[in-house]
Design a protein around this ligand. Structure first.
Ligand code: A2P
Length: 335
């Protein structure tokens, strides 16, 4: 692995960007230099890294001179505008937005599932949608055991998935309500405090949201299963951090709960937490800040012949975004 890499983080001041920096430090990533980039508003701010302060610079097309790997998490518009300049300057882009995910020339990678695809990059590698990552971390080991055909799923997505402003909105509304005031809204179309919203991302003509269809298209690409089907309802919940997903999956082969548990235990990056006798199951509060996802409530699905239902949760800022991006960068460093 190369030890002298120059890493740029685009969106370094955002909810995911801050976690990218922390993850690089925690995993002792072989970086000789880190350049944090954000909008002009943040230029001059400092971010801590390995006991020193890094100064945030304004993102410009010239920001990528000498950069080896650029981690982008500043929204799709910024990725579309600046990723080509980064590639032109010789950097490999790991992009957390949805801008390039379904592009045939762009690998879409969850390293525990398809790390080898990193080698096929032509300058850009995409980091999948956060709920999709959490879901396939559980689904892929079960697919290897039983052969998945289709799933029905509902997500329970934390407000930090909407960026730092999502956290601010929930905190503010809780404070306003506690003070007897009417909650004010900036980010979501309805009050999120003490509520759940069956609405993540924009609505499409067929009634699903864009977020719901990401689960279909991205799961197919990551798992290499063009026939895989998924009907998903994405729900925003008043949780600060960590997404949960309730999944009912139908498989080709006969399933058993015991074999499903063994498949999860043997899989990297995901832990089994399934002791219902002791009220043991994954909770977003406990998973916030943790690298590994967790699965529980594994049971034979009573509406499918070869079906399993389960509950999976994971920190979407880490495995759903920053950690997965840094793991991809580690694969790039090995090339
Ligand atoms: P800034 O903090 O300067 O606005 P989040 O997802 O938490 O909302 O964070 C988004 C991140 O993307 C922030 O770091 C933000 O920088 C950055 N960002 C948003 N728009 C731009 C832009 N046009 N150019 C550069 N960085 C941007």
């Amino acid at each position: 692995m190369r030890e002298d890499l120059h890493i740029a983080i685009v969106g370094a001041t955002g909810a995911v960007g801050v976690e990218m920096l922390k993850t690089l430090e925690k995993r002792n990533f072989p970086a000789a230099k880190i350049t944090p980039l954000a909008s002009a508003r943040s230029a001059g701010k400092t971010l801590p890294f390995r006991g020193k302060d890094l100064t945030v610079q304004e993102l410009t097309p010239e920001s990528f001179e000498g950069v080896d790997i650029a981690l982008f998490s500043a929204g799709g518009g910024t990725s579309s505008e600046f990723a080509p300049a980064a590639v032109e300057a010789g950097a490999v882009v790991v992009d957390n937005s949805s801008a390039f995910r379904m592009d045939d020339s762009v690998p879409l990678v969850v390293p525990e599932i398809n790390a080898a695809a990193v080698a096929e990059n032509s300058g850009i590698i995409a980091n999948p949608n956060c709920s999709t990552i959490v879901t396939v971390m559980a689904l892929y080991p079960l697919h290897r055991a039983f052969g998945v055909k289709r799933i029905f799923a509902s997500t329970y997505q934390a407000v930090s998935g909407s960026g730092a402003m999502g956290i601010v909105e929930l905190e503010r509304q809780v404070g306003e309500i506690a003070a007897g005031q009417s909650p004010t809204r900036d980010v979501y179309p309805h009050q999120i405090a003490f509520n759940v919203l069956p609405h993540v991302d924009v609505f499409l003509d067929d009634g699903y949201t864009k977020e719901e269809m990401k689960m279909v298209h991205e799961s197919r690409k990551i798992m290499g299963l063009p026939e895989f089907r998924a009907s998903v309802t994405c729900v925003r919940v008043p949780v600060y951090r960590a997404h949960s997903v309730a999944v009912s999956a139908e498989f080709e082969r006969t399933v058993s709960v015991e074999a499903a548990r063994e498949a999860i235990i043997a899989a990297p990056g995901i832990d089994l937490n399934d002791e219902v006798a002791n009220n043991g199951y994954p909770l977003p509060l406990e998973l916030a800040g943790r690298d590994n996802c967790q699965v529980g409530r594994i049971r034979k699905d009573c509406a499918f012949d070869n079906g399993l239902s389960f509950w999976v949760a994971g920190d979407q800022l880490l495995k759903g975004a920053a950690l997965n991006a840094v793991q991809i960068a580690e694969e790039v460093a090995k090339l």
